[in-house]
Design a protein around this ligand. Structure first.
Ligand code: RET
Length: 279
């Protein structure tokens, strides 16, 4: 957080940003944060309730990873709500939002906490998908490494103020990492899910994930950080709705399947979690 605040260097405090968002003129933006705190909380409770009788280690591991997605999410949205992970960033010359002012400061409102916390939430989504497909740890951890690279370079794209070209270069880098993940999901994991016997569930989760995840770079490009066609509140609601699809809906679909058919989840690669104990 300190590193990001140092990069921002705008001198606007979390208190000023909190007042800007919750002061009355930005109700829609405020709601896009608060609604997700509630949904993440309910999802955590839902998983705890639905998973109470799970006994096999692999369904348990999947339920835990699912819960961690929402644990990160509730923290992420609390950061945005409190103003701690918001900033005002001056766009470089040539950017359509160059010269804008926000909360009495030169620059646009950047929800940099989103990019930072996706670094921690997206790996858990990929761990769940990979385990449901029955993939191995090498591939699962590869996608985790690429999603971390994607989010950190996305954060760099949002915070770079020196040059417009470099902002878009970060965007291209981040998108390249994203395509690696899409490839693994569409090619490797689709084939593995077929062998594991989880094709039905995987097909639905894959669709929601791949289509949903493509929405994020599109929103970034259309929003204030990109070509600035969309205002901050619309962009924020866009991300919040995508989060609802890619996190909470994916979570409940996976969770219902895991409790209904825990035995079909145990096919595929062995993570040493389901091995019989050696006496
Ligand atoms: C950015 C901008 C740079 C280019 C790309 C992006 C992709 C972001 C994605 C985010 C997914 C987030 C999820 C969060 C759930 O907790 C960083 C917007 C490619 C795909 C699923």
């Amino acid at each position: 957080f300190r590193a990001c605040s140092a990069v921002l260097q705008t001198g606007v405090t979390d208190q000023e940003l909190f007042e800007y968002v919750f002061g009355g003129d930005n109700t829609l933006l405020a709601l896009s944060f608060v609604v997700n705190i509630a949904l993440a909380g309910l999802t955590i409770l839902g998983i705890a309730y639905l998973g109470r009788n799970l006994s096999d280690p692999r369904p348990k591991a999947i339920a835990t990873a699912l819960m961690l997605i929402s644990v990160v999410s509730i923290s992420s949205y609390t950061g945005l709500t409190s103003g701690l992970t918001l900033g005002v960033v001056e766009m470089p010359a040539g950017h359509p939002a160059a010269g804008a002012t926000t909360a009495g400061q030169d620059g646009v409102l950047v929800m940099w906490g989103r990019y930072l916390t996706w670094t921690f939430s997206t790996p858990f989504i990929l761990i769940v998908l990979g385990m449901i497909a029955g993939s191995n740890w090498t591939k699962i951890l590869t996608t985790c490494a690429f999603t971390i690279a994607m989010c950190v370079t996305g954060l760099a794209a949002a915070l770079t103020t020196s040059s417009l070209v470099l902002r878009w270069w970060w965007f291209v880098l981040s998108s390249t990492f994203f395509l690696v993940i899409v490839y693994v999901i569409l090619v490797d994991w689709t084939a593995e899910a077929e062998r594991t016997g989880t094709t039905d569930l995987f097909r639905t989760l894959k669709l929601l994930t791949v289509v949903g995840w493509f929405g994020y770079p599109i929103l970034w490009a259309l929003g204030v950080e990109g070509i600035a066609i969309l205002d901050v509140a619309t962009t924020s609601w866009g991300y919040s709705v995508l989060d609802i699809i890619t996190k909470y809906i994916v979570t409940f679909l996976a969770m219902f399947y895991v409790i209904d058919e825990p035995e079909s989840i145990t096919g595929g690669a062995d993570y040493s979690a389901s091995l019989p104990r050696v006496e």
